[in-house]
Design a protein around this ligand. Structure first.
Ligand code: GDP
Length: 443
């Protein structure tokens, strides 16, 4: 998954610190050296890394970390805050025109995911009861118009097109007029991309910009391309005054460099992140949550938000409380697993849970739905007491559970081990969070 290696490297650095009762200045320096390497290896811009480390060090010295009772936690907290800042601090929302329609212009290189994202954004807007019109201005890529029309049909959103013989500037102008006449409150203009930035493309985009006066100019960049994505963003920004960036393909194994550098280098906030090919895989980008996720602190808020449509909000809150206080039983485990199943691709969900990406054993479970079925069978074969008090599960009980669930004792042992690890992780997590959540963290 995205950020995996960065995430596990950072977590290793911090677990070393956490293991120490006392931390010297040298320990902190050493940790910072490792953080620096991890970031560079994740393809974060060199200068960005340098500034980042300088800021973290400054704060650490200011707080006199070595005198703290929980120096490891303090350092994580600092890194968490700085990572959040690096990605823009707070969520950067979509602009809204005083007088509708709000005009959103999409730009980006070919293959970045522009057309797909146009459809996804429309879907997201529809969810909050808006009526977007999509305008097909990519007349060069052979299938682009058709692709947009198919997306439009899929989500039941109107698509404005004048075929591929009219100039994109004219199409944009006519499309905007059409939106005004039909009461669409948003228009999203899908423009042409190229394999490389060229003058002709920029000229056309500038003209569309002039004619439609967009409230948002969103650049779609492929997170998998790392530093290149940042360079592309930089050049577009110089020519087109971007208002935001959409990072796509964060479901792939991007090292994370683009997500961590683009705001610092261009000054443009990341407004959305796309994490899949499906139409509902676009999410508003939350720097805070992304930072926690990278640091393995989990992203309970996103998970709970995502769950709201599928899960009872009270249950979700209760689950979060249990996770924090680590009073978590096999019953909860099972219930959670069932709810989580409705949420979407399991590996993405797992990424949002605290500590999950650190647990290599859990990985086998990740994508394999069949495996989940076996886990369920095992838990269901436990008695009520056993589920509440897993320590009751001695060898003969485990054998019975294996037989009852049609699995093997090896699998039962593995699951119990995973469950224990998870509980330990949660304890760690909750001590890190304190009773009221991370200091200065969630809102
Ligand atoms: P455009 O040339 O910029 O309009 O790019 P497209 O919208 O046609 O997308 C190019 C390819 O990337 C398509 O195969 C999309 O399905 C895929 N794609 C777009 N966004 C994502 C994403 O967030 N995750 C993944 N895995 N694939 C994506």
């Amino acid at each position: 998954a995205a950020f995996e290696s960065l995430s596990s490297r950072l977590q290793n650095v911090f677990s070393k610190l956490r293991g120490k009762g006392k931390v010297s200045e040298e320990d902190v320096s050493e940790a910072m050296r490792e953080v620096r390497l991890a970031l560079l290896e994740a393809d974060v811009n060199f200068k960005v890394v340098k500034d980042f480390i300088a800021k973290v060090k400054e704060r650490a010295i200011g707080l006199d970390v070595s005198k703290s009772f929980t120096p490891g936690m303090v350092v994580i907290d600092i890194v968490n805050k700085e990572l959040t800042e690096l990605m823009g601090g707070t969520q950067s929302k979509l602009a809204k025109a005083n007088k509708p329609p709000t005009v959103i212009m999409m730009a980006g290189l070919q293959g970045a995911g522009k057309t797909t994202t146009t459809g996804k954004l429309a879907k997201l807007l529809q969810k909050s009861n808006n009526r977007p019109l999509l305008i097909a201005c990519d007349i060069y890529r052979p299938a682009a118009i058709k692709q947009l029309q198919v997306l439009g049909e899929q989500i039941n959103a109107p698509v404005f097109s004048l075929g591929d013989q009219t100039s994109p500037v004219e199409i944009a102008r006519a499309g905007l007029q059409h939106a005004k006449e039909n009461g669409n409150d948003y228009v999203i203009i899908d423009t042409a991309g190229r394999l490389h930035i060229d003058e002709e493309l920029m000229e056309e985009l500038k003209q569309i910009h002039q004619v439609t006066k967009p409230d948002e100019v969103l650049l779609v960049v492929d997170a998998m391309t790392g530093q290149d994505a940042v360079n592309v963003a930089q050049s577009f920004h110089e020519q087109l005054a971007l208002t935001g960036v959409v990072l796509t393909k964060l479901d792939g194994d991007t090292r994370g460099g683009a997500a961590l550098s683009v705001k610092a280098v261009t000054g443009c906030p990341i407004k959305f992140a796309a994490m899949g090919e499906k139409i509902d895989s676009l999410e508003p980008f939350h720097p805070e949550r992304m930072a926690s996720r990278i640091l393995g602190m989990g992203d309970m808020l996103s998970l709970i938000e995502k769950a709201q449509m599928n899960i009872d909000a009270d249950k979700a809150k209760e689950m979060e409380r249990k996770m924090r206080t680590a009073e978590f039983t096999f019953d909860d485990f099972l219930e959670q697993m069932e709810q989580v199943r409705n949420l979407g691709p399991l590996d993405q969900i797992m990424d949002m849970l605290p500590g999950m990406n650190k647990m290599k054993g859990m990985k086998d479970m990740k994508v394999d739905e069949k495996q989940i079925g076996r886990v369920e069978a095992i838990v269901r074969s436990m008695t009520k007491e056993e589920k509440q008090k897993p320590e009751l599960l001695n060898h003969s009980r485990r054998k019975r559970v294996a037989a009852g669930s049609g699995t093997t004792i090896v699998e039962v042992n593995r699951l119990i081990k995973q469950f224990d690890d998870m509980k330990k992780m949660m304890k760690q997590f909750s001590s890190m969070m304190g009773p009221k959540g991370p200091k200065g963290g969630k809102k």
